[in-house]
Write a protein that binds this ligand. Structure first.
Ligand code: IPE
Ligand code: IPE
Ligand code: MG
Ligand code: MG
Ligand code: MG
Length: 328
């Protein structure tokens, strides 16, 4: 504001009492929602970490080097978004947290961490920093890092095979997650096209393919798995899938935006990396403003998909909002 402007601006007309009251109650519910979200994320992280601690081999189990490498990357922090989404989808279907679902969440986090270890390798994104720590290959060498990623993947399927839901749901969950991390519209397929698109200006269709596959597919599989674990109907699974795809695509758009707008310290990973590697990203193709707009539109689609769940899906809605507004 220019100096002196405060003296020339006319005093605003006081707002009617009803407007003030509704603004106050809006702010009040915003404060409650924010603290509820904080609690949900914190609680989800704790439950996931306890399950991971129980399910992963200890640091001294032979061969110690690989178990230490796996634990280095898994227990470096991380938002635990995929397990939290899985558990919350289970809650939306069942009305409360289904017994044992945190083990499916832990398996999803193992798969996600494997994808990060491999994503950081010199042959892929060649990154030195992850979750605020040196990347797995920097700390343990490339061979051990490759094997640590492989080991997290096999460990995840061992955990999924033993999960405590009815056998029919268990098989569907394993299929869903294997497909979501596979080559056809799955995580690995997306990573392949991501690498092949470096140093090229991508077309819109290719960019959407990359993001839906490398990121949204595992996020969708996490949400759908939670629904399947809780015995969701076909219609409920369909709606959860729509929600997952929308927030999954938005999640990677926001990841692209944060790469441009945040510092490495804030992200716990190297900022500005996408530009340096000439990656196919939303900001590169559309600019920051349009990318933000698209993420916001996807948030609306995600929330629309949850309508059939009514108030049971309030937390999934709040998480979707958090995923768009997050700063790391
Ligand atoms: C980073 O995922 C990789 C992407 C798919 C964008 P997260 O942002 O969930 O990373 P962590 O698990 O919190 O470290
Ligand atoms: C990675 O996308 C998606 C994965 C499947 C791991 P990015 O390469 O953008 O993820 P970050 O930014 O390194 O976490
Ligand atoms: Mg990458
Ligand atoms: Mg990367
Ligand atoms: Mg990124």
């Amino acid at each position: 504001m220019a100096v002196g402007a405060a003296f020339t601006t006319p005093a605003p007309t006081p707002a009617p009492v009803s407007v003030i009251a509704s603004a106050e109650s809006y702010l009040h519910s915003l404060v409650i929602l924010t603290s509820m979200l904080k609690e949900t994320l914190e609680e989800g992280r704790k439950i996931t970490d306890a399950a991971l601690e129980k399910l992963l081999p200890g640091p001294d189990v032979r061969p110690a080097s690989i178990h230490r490498a796996m634990r280095h990357s898994v227990f470096a922090g991380g938002k635990r978004i995929r397990p939290i989404l899985c558990m919350e989808a289970g809650c939306a279907v069942a009305g409360s947290l289904p017994t044992g679902i945190q083990e499916v969440g832990a398996a999803l986090e193992m798969l996600h961490t494997y994808s990060l270890i491999h994503d950081d390798l010199p042959a892929l994104d060649n990154d030195d920093l992850r979750r605020g720590r040196p990347t797995c290959h920097k700390a343990f060498g490339e061979a051990t890092a490759i094997l640590a990623g492989d080991a997290l993947q096999t460990q995840a399927y061992e955990v999924l095979a033993r999960s405590q839901c009815p056998p029919e749901a268990r098989v569907k969950i394993i299929e869903e997650i294997a497909r979501g991390t596979g080559t056809i519209n799955g995580m690995i397929g997306g990573q392949v096209v991501d690498l092949e698109s470096e140093h090229k200006k991508p077309d819109q269709e290719t960019l959407q393919y990359i993001h839906l596959s490398k990121t949204a597919a595992l996020i969708t599989a996490s949400v759908v798995s939670g629904g399947l674990y809780a015995g969701g109907s076909e219609e409920q699974i369909k709606q959860l899938r729509c929600y997952g795809q929308s927030i999954g695509l938005a999640f990677q758009i926001v990841d692209d935006i944060l790469d441009v707008t945040q510092t490495s310290e804030q992200l716990g990973k190297t900022a500005g990396k996408d530009l340096a590697s000439e990656k196919a990203t939303y900001p590169a193709l559309f600019g920051l403003e349009e990318s933000r707009k698209r993420a916001a539109e996807l948030l609306t689609s995600a929330c629309d998909a949850l309508r059939t769940f009514g108030s049971r899906a309030e937390t999934l809605e709040t998480i979707a909002r958090f995923l768009i507004e997050r700063k790391n």
